[in-house]
Design a protein around this ligand. Structure first.
Ligand SMILES: CC(C)=CCC/C(C)=C/CC/C(C)=C/COP(=O)(O)OP(=O)(O)O
Ligand SMILES: [Zn+2]
Length: 457
């Protein structure tokens, strides 16, 4: 009889599941008092690990590494999620360092004098938004940044990561996200981005990094958030996207990034955050299903889809070119009017935090994910991908971001306190700050930036 051999991935999956279930069994057999302790967020230890990480970069941030703005973002955002902040001196150093990464022609490089890059530009802008305040926010040269974004724009609609660099969904997201949060997003930047993202949605339902590649959680978050920001989200096949997303949560409670791969703590945000966005778009998914049923029945052409959507829904999701007819508020000089923004309040992330009609029920098992994050990813100071791996700042940032998404997933207002049942473990010790799920910055810091850059409220 032929021998059945496991592939390397199947073998690794088996090992991971054994380790995870051993942790869960061990936990289940602990006395309640110890369970209680084990379920806590090791808040002080995390702050210590994060602050030491930033201090290690300071005073001169002079290590030779193209990742430094990312390290700043992962660390500062994690500290903000934990409801804390760095001292004035460290804050000043971080702002000065990021300023030195700013290119004279716009955008941020990985270090002073390095080539400006969209990923480090996103990391630098989100770091400065997270720090907040006059000095930090006004250090961003928005005029030059806009010119940098235009230079990165390709004629196919997508963006290049850097001069002569690769075009992918990450580049689209980082460009559109910074343009949006800095209030410099216009029609020229948006043109054809939606077509590019659409060409990356795969037969599985998720979104790939580029056309023809495999659907992946990181790119799915980037593609979905981009489509929301450019008001074209209802052009995606949201039903199959939802289907793909929810099946990425493993028996372990954590998410995998793609089909048949291993769970990993960082997907708590990439997949969990994308699910939170979809949850607030539920109304559009229903509308799409309704419209496509009708289209099937009537054998009508696809233009009926946008025509059938109510004006409000087109404003929410956008559906170019019709979105412009119904919802655009150009001032005649081609400038977008402040009221031409996505109606975030309908996504559950409005400036007031009101959710409008969005559904309240999360699409995935939020408690199971919190259990994975707290018991399998959390170490005493920092978070890791999975048991057996080392902690790092990237996983710390995205495990905490995912944890926050889970805790607020049942809340009817983004900035209202979650119900105790939504927070796994010790409520007062574990509760994090809420994030704006489109940009992944703490909601309060987003609101401050929005006011500072005079976005509509
Ligand atoms: C904002 C921004 C820059 C977002 C980046 C999004 C992101 C995390 C993309 C993931 C890239 C990718 C294909 C990882 C696969 O790694 P792997 O093969 O090691 O992991 P896997 O087995 O889990 O797929
Ligand atoms: Zn990871």
């Amino acid at each position: 009889m032929a021998e059945t051999r496991l592939t390397k991935t199947q073998e690794d999956q088996w090992i991971t599941q054994s380790q995870v279930f051993q942790i869960y069994n061990h936990f289940d057999n602990l006395p309640p008092a110890q369970q209680h302790l084990r379920l806590q967020l090791f808040r002080d230890e995390h702050i210590d690990y994060l602050t030491k990480g930033l201090r290690h970069l300071a005073p001169s941030f002079c290590v030779l590494d193209a990742n430094r703005p990312w390290l700043c973002y992962w660390i500062l955002h994690s500290i903000a999620l934990l409801g804390d902040s760095v001292d004035d001196e460290l804050e000043d150093r971080a702002i000065d360092f990021l300023d030195r990464c700013q290119d004279k022609n716009g955008g941020y490089g990985g270090g002073p004098g390095q080539l400006p890059h969209l990923a480090t530009t996103y990391a630098a802008v989100n770091s400065l938004v997270t720090l907040g305040g006059q000095k930090s926010l006004s250090s961003i040269n928005r005029g030059n940044l806009y010119l940098f974004l235009l230079r990165m724009k390709d004629k196919n609609g997508g963006f290049r990561m850097h001069d002569g660099g690769e075009i992918d969904v990450r580049a689209c997201y980082t460009a559109i996200s910074v343009a949006s949060i800095l209030n410099i997003l216009d029609d020229e930047l948006i043109e054809n981005v939606g077509n590019y993202i659409l060409s990356c949605q795969t037969y599985e339902g998720g979104i790939a990094g580029e056309p023809g590649s495999e659907a992946h959680g990181g790119y799915t978050f980037c593609g979905l958030a981009t489509m929301i920001l450019i008001k074209e989200v209802n052009r995606l096949d949201l039903a199959s996207l939802t289907d793909w997303l929810v099946f990425r949560q493993g028996l372990e409670g954590g998410f995998q990034g793609r089909t048949n791969k291993l769970v990993d703590g960082c997907y708590s945000f990439w997949q969990g955050g994308a699910s939170a966005l979809i949850q607030r778009l539920h109304m559009i998914v229903d509308e799409q299903a309704f419209v496509s049923d009708e289209v099937d029945e009537n054998d009508a052409d696809s233009s009926q889809t946008s025509a059938d959507l109510s004006e409000e829904e087109q404003c929410l999701g956008g559906n170019s070119p019709h979105a412009d007819e119904h919802c655009s508020h150009e001032d005649g000089a081609g400038q977008r009017n402040p009221s031409d923004q996505v109606k975030f309040e309908r996504l559950g992330v409005g400036s007031t935090g009101r959710r409008g009609n969005a559904e309240t029920e999360p699409l995935f098992h939020c408690i199971e994910l919190q259990r994975y994050i707290l018991l399998c990813s959390q170490v005493e100071g920092g978070f890791r991908d999975k048991p057996g791996k080392y902690r790092d700042h990237y996983h710390t940032c995205y495990c905490l971001s995912g944890l926050s998404v889970c805790q607020y997933s049942w809340s009817s207002n983004v900035d209202s306190q979650p119900l105790p049942a939504a927070v796994f473990g010790n409520y007062s010790k574990n509760l994090l700050e809420p994030v704006h799920p489109v940009y992944n910055v703490v909601f309060e810091r987003y609101k401050e930036a929005r006011e500072f850059f005079m976005l509509p409220s």
